[in-house]
Design a protein around this ligand. Structure first.
Ligand SMILES: Nc1ncnc2c1ncn2[C@@H]1O[C@H](COP(=O)(O)OP(=O)(O)O)[C@@H](O)[C@H]1O
Ligand SMILES: Nc1ccn([C@H]2C[C@H](O)[C@@H](COP(=O)(O)OP(=O)(O)O)O2)c(=O)n1
Length: 646
């Protein structure tokens, strides 16, 4: 499975230009297709769900073209039902394409087959199918009644009168009906059965239909009258707003990670209900400012986010972001009235509960609610994303708690926000790392410690971990080439670094691990892949704010490949042997310079030749040869690199 490792973050601030709204993009595409005249669509969202709609429209005989590589499209409307009367459409997991197309095609008088990915076939569509059947449409659910795939056949549509549709499972059923009904040309009243959920999405539908010339008469949230003789007409040019649900991740990032973080593309003038996410964040204490076309969020003036108990029915998608933001609140948080989560890309209540528990939260899960109690300390985890873009995007926020995180199958964000993680990486500041790699006795430990001290950062001497493993294995009588045996020791190493001392099971082994036996032993266990793997997370846990200076052999290549500064520190073998000799003599440990030189050359060869994580100078590492340089000069060199920003 593909994954993405996100580093722990120090905070987030900056400006993000949002990609277009999925809800608006797919509605505008369908309306432009059914309208008379050509529509210029600006800033369309480029994502999987929109691709599904564009492909479908093409199959159905609608001509559209993209202006070069831009986000501007021109759609030539067909001015009524679709001209292609036989088609098979694959719509992936795009609910915003599947539901409205089902309604429009049911009233188009042709034979159509609609299918999607397996999850799409688990998402209910029965309420929409029933409403369309009541109008006379001939629709078969070919696998399970009430679920896609669907087979639509020509039928005589009973136009006019009243049609009823349930509104309490998905508001997309009502949206789909409303958008399709002008195809009948006869006045029709839609009555909503049950309490309509996600009302703001209906507002988007009505607003966009009006822009295309069809004014729906609205009686509360229970009755909608689509006028007779209504025809869609192109309004000329339509600008797609930024996606307000996508905005939620960045607004939350600003509220959690300091900010200010500004999103551009949505604001006070937005027609999307999810802009009200900003109000919810405000209730958590975040500082929100807003213009017509932008929103900015910053952390509360004092302290962290406040615990909340909110009915989130009006912002079901953006509400997921609040479930993760709850990890940063000062007490248990209740998200209420979110039953629709269960029929989205995945069962989002169940998925959220499982994944939030992985990072340490306590969760109470109900049919239509979730209570999140934040943990005292977030813990790193591998987050499963359930082919759900929002799961992936929400969980990136966990890293703002200084916690690294693995996101499995990160490409699921392509559904609505390809490039999400790059944009997140531009506004979130990773805990900085200076990686110093190089051969034995080149001065890595000395330089790393001094650089860390000067910066006030943490320091990791990764070699000492390999030395500790060798010592522990030797003491346990495990052969140093017994990979599984040594790896088991490494995975459960009772080592601690305290007050400048290195402790193994409570015993000070600071000097013992520096002996030549341990040096040789360390280089032997370091060739074992399983041992290296077992020490990886342990090393990554040292990445704590304000920053880390880490030294070893594979810091820049394997442990922290995203380190901002990478140095390859070296010196001639002779001067390194001499340094090591002096070092041992000062410690009163016996040594012989010739055998030290031989040992060191052998170890260099072993470290450089091993198949796993060999010692190499990376192309993006800066070479620092200290044969002719003092420690002070080497330290100053590295500090200059850090200050120059890598
Ligand atoms: N640039 C340098 N010039 C002279 N001696 C150095 C230099 N860098 C390090 N040393 C000395 O060399 C010895 C070995 O350095 P150390 O930091 O332990 O190397 P490493 O961690 O690469 O094995 C130490 O006694 C250190 O003071
Ligand atoms: N990141 C690291 C750090 C050390 N090692 C190996 C390489 C060395 O042979 C041993 C001991 O490393 P250490 O840095 O303490 O060795 P020197 O002090 O440079 O001789 O561990 C490694 O393979 N990867």
């Amino acid at each position: 499975m593909e994954f993405l490792d996100l580093p722990p973050m120090l905070g987030a601030a900056g400006t993000v230009r949002l990609p277009g709204s999925k809800s608006i993009s797919n509605r505008v595409l369908l309306l432009a297709a059914l309208a008379e005249g050509e529509t210029e669509i600006r800033d369309l969202l480029l994502s999987d769900d929109v691709e599904r709609m564009l492909d479908a429209l093409q199959t159905l005989g609608v001509c559209w073209e993209r202006n070069g590589d831009s986000l501007d499209y021109r759609v030539r409307g067909v001015g009524g039902p679709f001209p292609v009367k036989h088609a098979e459409l694959f719509l992936g997991n795009a609910g915003t394409a599947f539901r409205p197309l089902t309604a429009a095609l049911a009233l188009s008088g042709g034979e159509y087959r609609l299918s999607g990915v397996p999850r799409m076939h688990e998402r209910p569509i029965g309420d929409l199918v029933d409403a369309l059947r009541a109008l006379g449409a001939d629709i078969m659910c070919t696998a399970n009644e009430g679920y896609p795939p669907l087979h639509l056949r020509p039928a005589s549509i009973r136009s006019g009168g009243v049609v009823r549709v349930r509104g309490d499972v998905s508001s997309q059923f009502l949206t789909a009906l409303l958008m399709a009904l002008p195809l009948t040309g006869v006045e029709t009243t839609v009555e909503v059965v049950g309490e309509l959920i996600s009302k703001p999405y209906i507002r988007i539908t009505l607003e966009l239909m009006a822009r295309f010339g069809v004014q729906v008469e609205q009686h509360g949230w229970e009755r909608f009258v689509v006028p007779g003789g209504a025809r869609y007409r192109s309004p000329g040019t339509v600008f797609v707003e930024g996606d307000a649900s996508s905005a939620s991740y960045f607004l939350a990032a600003g509220a959690i990670g300091g900010g200010p973080l500004r999103v551009e593309g949505v604001g006070r003038a937005s027609i999307q209900g999810d802009v009200r996410f900003a109000e919810a964040l405000e209730q958590l204490g975040a500082r929100i400012t807003m213009g017509d076309n932008w929103i900015e969020a910053a952390a509360p003036a004092e302290g962290g986010l406040k615990a909340f108990d909110l009915d989130l029915n009006h912002i079901p998608d953006a509400a997921m972001t609040l479930a993760v933001a709850a990890l940063f609140a000062d007490g248990p948080c209740r998200l209420r009235n979110i039953a629709s989560w269960r029929v989205k890309e995945t069962d989002r209540i169940a998925a959220m509960a499982i994944e939030l528990r992985k990072v340490g939260a306590q969760i109470e899960e109900g049919e239509d609610y979730l209570v999140v109690t934040p943990p005292a300390r977030l813990q790193p985890a591998a987050i499963d994303t359930y082919d759900d873009h929002r799961m992936a995007m929400c969980f990136s926020l966990v890293t703002l708690g200084g916690c690294r995180l693995r996101i499995n199958d990160p490409r699921c964000v392509n559904k609505t926000f390809p490039g999400y993680f790059d944009v997140f990486g531009q506004v979130a500041r990773a805990v900085p790392v200076v990686a110093i790699d190089g051969p034995s006795a080149s001065g890595k430990g000395t330089v790393a410690a001094r650089v860390a001290e000067a910066l006030g950062w943490h320091c990791l001497d990764s070699g000492s971990l390999y030395r500790l493993v060798a010592l522990a294995a030797m003491r346990a009588g495990i052969a140093l080439d017994d990979e599984a045996g040594v790896a088991a020791i490494a995975a459960d190493l009772p080592a601690r670094f305290e007050n400048g001392l290195i402790l193994l099971a409570g015993e000070d082994v600071s000097d013992a691990i520096r002996s030549e036996t341990c040096s040789v032993g360390a280089s032997k266990v370091a060739v074992l892949g399983q041992v290296r793997e077992a020490l990886l997370d342990r090393q990554r846990d040292y990445r704590i704010g304000p920053g880390l200076v880490a030294e070893g052999r594979d810091i820049g290549s394997v442990v922290f490949p995203d380190a901002g500064v990478k140095v390859f520190l070296t010196a001639s073998a002779e001067s390194r042997a001499e340094r090591r000799y002096k070092q041992l003599m000062e410690k009163g440990m016996p040594a012989n310079i010739q055998s030290l030189l031989k040992d060191l050359q052998e170890r260099d060869a072993r470290d450089a030749a091993r198949p796993v994580a060999p010692l190499v100078k990376l192309p993006d590492a800066v070479l620092l040869d200290t044969t002719e340089r003092s420690v002070d000069e080497a330290v100053a060199f590295v500090l200059d690199l850090v200050r120059a920003g890598g």
